[in-house]
Design a protein around this ligand. Structure first.
Ligand code: GDP
Ligand code: MG
Length: 303
């Protein structure tokens, strides 16, 4: 533990924003050193604002992982994008993340355009450099540099950690004088019940195909601490239609068992104890229009 007098402490929020799939959640998990935000190869995995808290000497860095910013169509998408902008709006520092292998697309250009006159330190992280040739990367960096007065352009791989220490050091430098905002051993603000639901949702994203993950939401119904130190967690996977329920269950329940097994393994690691996980699949046709669901996720229903 660090013993820094309060008058020397610095702290602030660093928003990580960018198009879907840029690698924002991977970066935040890597910085924190454990999973606080779920990751999948599919777009729009992250539905809400997630904090990842990192101590760097006298500075406490509160990274704000945000849903991807894109052109939203449905209510949930609108709420996700609004949450991302709120995350950016409240931050002391903003880092725009770009999937360098995809280059500068309209989503990224639009995001930079909106942020460039915000009056806050602004940097770019060109991510996934592990997949790219250096010359292409330099061309992209030059293009990006034209778009806004970025203080820095980092080239990183959130996956391998390459370049991430430089980004962290820059963020730490930018933190204003402030008493730490969270206890110094806290890693996130997400309650365990919600984290557990997110882990199951990640496995659904990883194991289900096409549009199906987007039809699912997960709720932790009960959380029961057992005398032997283990925990029993009951969760409901909500889908929108009977046909979806059949696929999520799979033949003889095989699919949901596989999801449950993967989620349980990861939860045991994260919670550092034995987990008994019970999953139920139910149809709730209108969960995408259910105010309560949005409130639980900290999303604005009317965004
Ligand atoms: P987000 O939507 O911006 O939060 O992106 P995620 O963190 O969910 O990552 C999307 C996909 O990109 C996942 O399959 C990640 O494993 C992958 N990914 C993230 N960072 C990197 C990276 O630096 N290199 C490579 N090769 N893949 C990455
Ligand atoms: Mg994400």
């Amino acid at each position: 533990m660090n013993d820094i007098p309060v008058e020397q402490q610095r702290a602030g929020f660093i928003a990580i924003v960018g198009a879907p799939n840029a690698g924002k959640s991977t970066l935040v998990n890597g910085l924190v050193g454990t999973k606080v935000s779920i990751v999948s190869p599919k777009v729009q995995t992250t539905r809400t604002r997630v904090l990842g808290i990192v101590m760097a000497g006298p500075a406490q860095l509160v990274f704000v992982d945000t849903p991807g910013i894109f052109q939203p169509k449905r209510r949930l998408e609108r709420a996700m994008v609004a949450a991302a902008w709120t995350g950016a709006g409240d931050a002391d520092v903003v880092v725009v993340m770009i999937d360098a292998s995809r280059g500068l697309d309209d989503d990224s250009r639009g995001i930079i355009e909106k942020l460039k006159d915000g009056g806050r330190p602004l940097a770019v992280a060109l991510n996934k450099v592990d997949t790219m040739h250096r010359e292409k990367l330099l061309v992209l960096a030059a293009q990006v540099n034209e778009l806004a007065p970025f203080e820095r352009i980092f080239m990183i791989s959130a996956l391998t950690g390459d370049g991430v220490p430089d980004l962290l050091a820059w963020c730490a430098e930018k933190m204003p004088a402030s008493p730490w905002l969270f206890p110094e051993d806290q890693l996130s603000d997400m309650p365990d019940r919600l984290l557990a639901a997110e882990v199951t949702r990640e496995k659904l994203f990883l194991q289900l195909h096409q549009e199906l993950p987007y039809a699912c939401t997960v709720e932790t119904e009960t959380w029961e601490e057992r005398a032997d130190g283990s925990v029993r967690i009951d969760q409901v996977v909500y889908v929108q239609r009977d046909g979806q329920k059949a696929i999520v269950l799979g033949k003889s329940g095989r699919q949901i068992k596989a999801v449950g097994a993967a989620a349980r393994t990861e939860l045991e690691e994260l919670l550092e104890r034995r987990v008994h996980l019970f999953l139920y699949v139910k149809v709730r046709e209108n969960w995408l229009d259910d105010r309560e669901r949005y409130r639980e996720l900290g999303l604005d229903y009317d965004a």
